[in-house]
Design a protein around this ligand. Structure first.
Ligand code: ATP
Length: 338
C-alpha cells in the first residue's frame, strides 16, 4: 500500500486534483497497485483558513507519505513549494517536454527532459535593499552542481534515447557562478564516456528550443534558467496544459504540473488535467524504480498510453484545440485504465 499525499491547491487545483483522484482510484481498483490518498490543503485557501500557507500538520503528513502530488497554488506559491523543496531536499526538478499527436507542437518528434537544479541560484530569497538599489545574491555550489549533473547523466543513460546531455549556462558573463557549474558538469561528463556532452549558452538554447527542439535529449541547467526554459519547452510541444514535473530528492519526491493556478479559468471546467495526470504517471514511474515494483511502472505506462490514445483520437480540452470539459476528458482517461 502506497500512502500518497495530495495537496489540492488553488484556482484550477481542486478540479485537476479531482481528476487525479479518479485516476488513482482506477489504478487502485483495476491495476492492483494499492494506494491510500490523503487530501491536504495548502496555499491561499489554507492561508485564509488557518493563517498559514503550509501548516505544520501538512508538512508532517507529506513527510510521512511515500510520495506527494501537489496541485498548483496561487499567490502564496513561494511559501509552499519553495519550503517543501528545501525542507525535503528535493534537489532535482525534472520537466519532460514530449510531442503528443494532434497537438499544436512545433515538431512531432520532440522528446526531451529538462533537469533543473532546484535548491540554489537566485531562488534562495537572499535579496536586500541598499538605499534605492535592490540586490539579489546568486549561489552556485560545487556540491549541488555535481549532484544535479550526475542526476542528468543517469537520466540520459536510463532513457536510452540520444544519450546526450546539454549543459546550459551563461558562463561567458557570470564567470564565477556559471563557470563553476559548467566546469563541474564537464568533470562529471568525463565519468560517463558513453554519453555525449555539449555546452550551450542560455540565449542560444532558448533559440534552439524553437529552431531544432528535436535535437535535445537531456538538458541540465541552473534554477532560474531551468524555470524559464521549461515553460518555453512546454509551449513548444503544445502548451502548459500537457506539462508535468517532478521534484526529486534522494529519499522523497513530489510531483506537480508546470503551470500555476490559472485563476482565469478556475471553476469553469476548462482546465486540461493532463499536466497533473502525467505528473501522476511520473510518480508511479518513480515509485516503481525506487521500490523495484513492476506494477507501478506498468501503471505509469498505462496512464501515459491513455492520454496519448485520447489526444490521438482528437479528444481534447479547449486549451489544445478541443471542446471537452475537464470531467469529460478525465472520464476518457479513466475508462482506458484497464
Ligand atoms: P505562475 O506564475 O504561478 O506559473 P501564471 O500566472 O504564469 O502562473 P499559469 O497559471 O501557469 O500562469 O497559466 C497561464 C495561463 O495558461 C492561464 O491563465 C491559463 O489560461 C492557461 N493554463 C495554464 N494551465 C492550464 C491548464 N491545465 N489547462 C488549460 N489552460 C491552462
Amino acid at each position: 500500500m502506497y500512502q500518497i499525499s495530495l495537496i489540492t491547491g488553488d484556482g484550477i487545483g481542486p478540479e485537476i486534483s479531482h481528476s487525479v483522484l479518479q485516476v488513482l482510484n482506477a489504478v487502485n481498483d483495476k491495476l492492483g497497485v494499492k494506494v491510500k490518498v490523503t487530501e491536504l490543503e495548502a496555499g491561499d485557501i489554507s492561508l485564509k483558513k488557518t493563517g498559514k500557507a503550509l501548516p505544520e500538520y501538512v508538512l508532517d503528513t507529506v513527510k510521512k507519505s511515500n510520495a506527494c502530488l501537489k496541485a498548483p497554488v496561487g499567490e502564496s506559491a513561494a511559501d509552499v513549494i519553495i519550503v517543501l523543496r528545501r525542507y525535503l531536499d528535493l534537489y532535482a526538478n525534472i520537466r519532460p517536454a514530449k510531442s503528443y499527436p494532434n497537438m499544436p507542437s512545433l515538431k512531432d518528434n520532440i522528446d526531451m527532459i529538462i533537469v533543473r537544479e532546484n535548491t540554489e541560484d537566485l531562488y534562495t530569497g537572499m535579496e536586500f535593499d541598499v538605499g534605492d538599489t535592490s540586490i539579489a545574491l546568486r549561489t552556485i555550489s560545487k556540491k549541488a552542481s555535481e549532484r544535479i549533473a550526475k542526476y542528468a547523466f543517469l537520466t540520459a543513460q536510463q532513457r536510452n534515447k540520444q544519450k546526450k546531455v546539454t549543459c546550459v549556462h551563461k558562463a561567458n558573463v557570470m564567470r564565477k557562478t556559471d563557470g563553476l557549474f559548467s566546469r563541474t558538469c564537464q568533470e562529471v561528463s568525463e565519468t560517463y564516456p558513453g554519453i555525449k556532452f555539449e555546452q550551450m549558452y542560455v540565449d542560444a538554447c532558448s533559440m534552439n528550443l524553437i529552431r531544432q527542439p528535436e535535437s535535445f535529449d537531456v538538458i541540465v541547467t541552473t534554477n532560474l534558467f531551468g524555470d524559464i526554459l521549461s515553460d518555453e519547452a512546454a509551449q513548444v510541444v503544445g502548451g502548459l496544459g500537457m506539462a508535468p514535473a517532478a521534484n526529486i530528492g534522494d529519499n522523497f519526491a513530489l510531483f506537480e504540473p508546470v503551470h500555476g493556478a490559472a485563476f482565469d479559468i478556475a471553476g469553469k471546467q476548462a482546465a486540461n488535467p493532463s499536466s497533473f495526470i502525467l505528473s501522476t504517471k511520473m510518480m508511479f514511474e518513480w515509485l516503481g524504480m525506487k521500490n523495484n515494483d513492476k506494477r507501478c511502472c506498468q501503471a505509469a505506462q498505462k496512464i501515459e498510453d491513455a492520454v496519448y490514445g485520447i489526444v490521438k483520437e482528437g479528444i481534447k480540452t479547449k486549451d489544445i484545440g478541443g471542446s471537452k470539459t475537464t470531467s469529460e476528458f478525465t472520464q476518457q482517461v479513466v475508462s482506458r485504465i484497464i
